[in-house]
Design a protein around this ligand. Sequence first.
Ligand code: SF4
Length: 232
Amino acid sequence: MSERDENIDEDLEALGIKFGIGKKHHQKDEPNLDVNSVVRQMKQKKYDPYDPIAWEAKDFSKDMIADYKPFNFVDGEGVRCSLYVSGCLFACPECYNLAAQNFRYGQPYTKELEDQIIKDLEHSYVDGLTLLGGEPFLNTNVSLRIVKRIRKEFGAKKTIWSWSGYTWEELQQGTSDKKELLSLIDILVDGRFVKEKKDLTLQFRGSSNQKIIDVKKSFEEGKIHIWDRLVK
Ligand code: SF4
């Protein structure tokens, strides 16, 4: 452990937080934080590290993009354009995109990139946009901006999928920006990646706790409606 890591551990101990770099104790129903990226903000804002519902994009997001991949077949149904936002606080062990946990990773989201995404979506063979991360619901400045523009320019003709470390239930109790984003997407793949439940045979999910949720039907029915085309 480096001197810097030891200092961060001391900071966390002072805050009464019981985990450290490289140890990452994972308690039931509690997020495992990327302490490097959040310790300063926690000190300043007195965030409860075990209350992800209270975390707000405005305090963490730097409006950065880890990647943009147009015309792929793996991030949801059909041909999709995928936007990977930077920054996630869940720090799941064996996260598929470790670098994108950092809110400063990658490049700034720009009007030029947004215009390119819209142009790519104009192709009739493209089904829609997928938001991944990082955590789209902790980068709502970016996520809402692109999603609102898609709804303005394409209405419901293009589908919007989003992955999230938040569960459906957590998002129902979330801040208004999280709720607004949820209301504008079609499909939510919810929940943290849990390595003990890892199953690479599942459609569009890494672990069996995660669900593929039809957002509109779920709101209409007042309960979770699993995606109708789920095979496994
Ligand atoms: S929620 Fe997703 S992006 Fe965030 S740490 Fe977990 S696997 Fe990685």
